[in-house]
Design a protein around this ligand. Sequence first.
Ligand SMILES: [Mg+2]
Length: 264
Amino acid sequence: MAQQNVKLALIDLSGTLHVDDQPTEGAVDALKRLRQHGVKVKFVTNTTKESVGSLFARLRKIGFELEREEIYGSLAAAAEYVRKNKLNPYYLLTDDARTDMPPDDPTRPKDSVVVGLAPERFCYEHLNEAFRVLRQKSDNSNVQLVAIHEGRYYKAKDGIALGPGCFVKGLEYSTGVSAVCIGKPNEYFFRSALPDGVAVEDCVMIGDDPIDDCQGAMRVGMKGYLVETGKYQPEMYTEENRPAVSGIFATFGDVVQHIIANGQ
Ligand SMILES: [Mg+2]
């Protein structure tokens, strides 16, 4: 029996365990096997399109066994950031995601912009409003552009789809304000996802994004395992330029198999 090293697996959701309302192949059973093997799990997600409550309900509905408290999202981390810094932001978020954030303060002008994945908000009218909030305060060092994450693209039901990153970069370009990035691959995000007493070397990160999931986690000392489901596009890689990660596996189930067989 291999020595048990891994104590905690940080697991990405979209593209790794599911794509929209479809679990990835074998993921529901593989998650059960990982738990039975004694590995604790935490679901770390940059998903900003829906609130934690909606995400939790959806994952349960498609067959995953999990507790709401096991989901650690960049949306919650961003809400904490807004509270701590006493910001009164203009939000480029979906209505659902907005419910996870602090309420507006109508007595104060907007002093910041918070951007998540919000397809219905990414039109000229709303982006221009965000631009004006950032520009009108450009003489004020307190103005903040908060990117919940800067994802380039993600996997949707009908193919790959544009992430919020290019809208964040566009606002940076036009306003000269540099964004504060909250979610993966930010080091702070990975460290704050760990419960007390768990060391980074006892953790692995499993995800479908080589940069935001795997390399982000590897920078803080975890192993980063890439799955070839979700946004993975084999045609983007050759044998020579495959992503520099700790391991590449066809599915989440294959990573679980590897952890059970090798302990890490
Ligand atoms: Mg993903």
